[in-house]
Design a protein around this ligand. Structure first.
Ligand code: GLU
Ligand code: ZN
Length: 283
């Protein structure tokens, strides 16, 4: 099978060193394996995506020496695909509408319980299930926040799910049901303002682009748990994952997207070369 990977930035700010590392790593890996490097624009959050950031992404990546096939897949053009998948999950009774605010969730989670810290998952506080009884898939797909009923979803899946983690020779990562219930829970799959959540769109995009190997930061390691569940529910293949280390600043802090001082564009303006960027990120 041909090695196919992708770099999938969101055009919501400048690319920084961390993005350059991720893109170069994926690109080099594809080159070494005689595979394909794809670019995907994750502009599903239209309230934050800007055309000028998208243009800057193309420009910075080309400057770094990367090439990719066109046309590039843009999430904003794929809403009907995402809605169709939501419709399938809705009709299977696996989704429910949720009207909780962040505050409602925080209050429900902080209500006196056994003790211990509030449980956090890939998307923040693990949803306490307040709206779960609102499940009613006999109605048409509603245009509201929709959550996955994780317990019900797992009923139809094998006892142990998992994925191949290729980074650091980690091997197979297994995802037992009780862990998915306790550490992931009922995640949001559709938002009113975006149609679909990142989790749903990324899984559909990776499948439609025949991605065999996902190269991305280890900050998304636990998000992969959600992606594996969605792949199983939707009958999609699970790619191999390479979750790489994050590029940190001198103080050990993760580079934030809005840290303009570390933007590739800033290094370019200072006269740095693509090779300088490579050595800055340790490639
Ligand atoms: N769009 C995501 C980001 O910029 C990347 C998602 C992925 O690689 O799966 O963080
Ligand atoms: Zn709710």
């Amino acid at each position: 099978m041909t090695f196919i990977t992708r770099f999938a930035p969101s055009p919501t700010g400048p690319l920084h060193l961390g993005h350059a590392y991720s893109a170069l790593l994926a690109h080099d890996m594809a080159l070494a394996k005689g595979g394909v490097f794809l670019l995907r624009i994750e502009d599903i959050d239209q309230s934050r995506a800007r055309p000028e950031w998208e243009r800057q992404i193309y420009d910075d990546l080309a400057w770094l020496g990367l090439r990719w096939p066109t046309p590039v897949l843009r999430q904003s053009e794929r809403l009907p695909t995402y809605r169709a998948a939501l419709g399938t999950l809705w009709q299977s009774g696996l989704l429910y509408p949720c009207t909780c605010s962040r505050r409602d969730i925080a209050q429900a989670v902080e209500a006196p319980q056994e003790g211990g810290p509030p449980p956090f998952g890939p998307d923040g506080l693990i949803y306490p299930g307040t709206c779960r009884s609102k499940l009613d898939s006999t109605q048409p797909l509603p245009d509201t926040v929709l959550r996955l009923n994780m317990a019900r979803a797992l009923e139809s899946l094998p006892d142990v799910l998992g994925f191949e983690e290729a980074a650091h020779g980690a091997g197979t990562i297994t995802l037992p049901h009780d862990m998915l219930l306790a550490e992931v829970g009922d995640v949001v799959l559709a938002r009113q303002d975006m149609g679909a959540s990142y989790h749903l769109s990324v899984v559909l995009d990776d499948a439609d682009q025949h991605i065999t190997d996902v190269v991305r930061g280890e900050d998304l390691f636990t998000a992969t748990y959600i992606h594996v569940v969605l792949q199983r529910l939707l009958g999609l293949p699970t790619p191999r994952y390479h979750h790489h280390k994050l590029i940190r600043d001198a103080a050990g802090k993760r580079l934030a997207k809005r840290d303009d001082a570390r933007a590739i564009a800033t290094y370019r303006a200072e006269g740095k070369t693509p090779d300088d960027i490579r050595s800055l990120v340790g490639l």
